[in-house]
Design a protein around this ligand. Sequence first.
Ligand SMILES: O=C(O)c1cc(=O)[nH]c(=O)n1[C@@H]1O[C@H](COP(=O)(O)O)[C@@H](O)[C@H]1O
Length: 283
Amino acid sequence: MTEPFGARLRRAMDERGPLCVGIDPHASLLADWGLNDDVAGLEHFSRTVVEALADRVAVLKPQSAFFERFGSRGIAVLEKSVAEARAAGALVVMDAKRGDIGSTMSAYAETFLHKDAPLFSDALTVSPYLGYGSLKPAVALARENGAGLFVLALTSNPEGGEVQHAVRPDGRDVGATMLAHLAAENAGEEPLGSFGAVVGATLGDLSSYDLNINGPLLAPGIGAQGATPADLPAVFGAAVRDVVPNVSRGVLRHGRDIVALRDAACRFADEIRTATTGGRDLR
Ligand SMILES: O=C(O)c1cc(=O)[nH]c(=O)n1[C@@H]1O[C@H](COP(=O)(O)O)[C@@H](O)[C@H]1O
């Protein structure tokens, strides 16, 4: 049986540091890189990021929307990028934020979490806002295939609070409820469960939430959205050990030069290490 995602992720975090770099080929970034806003530009961009970083960062996170924009040829680029990134040793989190019910959720799960699927990824971002239980088919298929999920719990965008801070009859808000579901999913797993939460690094003090879900916390918002690595301990407290900070534009804006991309990722990785371990190199 394939080793579970949580165990593979913990090892990658220990060996490479916890950084996740997003592959987000915004039209504006393609232009900044001197590339056309077409499939050839997309392919060049994505190949460059994979070549620069897949052999050194723990996680790469392609944002599916920027590939889907180009239809089937964009999806073909995405498939190739996922395969090449995994072959070079990075774990791939597919950022597709899927969420549906019953057999449709099963089909989404088969698309990204079945090991024989062309878009098989180590983990998938999913939306639980049709009810956490609607994610069951994805949880089951992820378990069978050694994959994982990142469930949107407390997102980095300011609009998220309208849903995620809504208080339920038991007094807990919706975000806390999602964290509790994930803690139950990961109970007893060692060294780390495979069912993570997305929790924005932009959210300030989260000490009113129990972030100890025995699973990874994907933390977007560093760089372009204004959070910094130095914010991580104050936001996550002791759970910072399980945080996988994501940076997309903050790295990608350094352009198409492979060395410049590596340097930018390395600076973020160093800042994260300094902030989360007081500078001790835990590797
Ligand atoms: O699931 C995500 O990755 C995600 C969740 C969230 O709450 N906020 C968030 O920004 N993201 C994604 O993380 C990336 C952030 O990109 P930058 O703001 O450029 O670093 C984008 O791909 C977003 O879609």
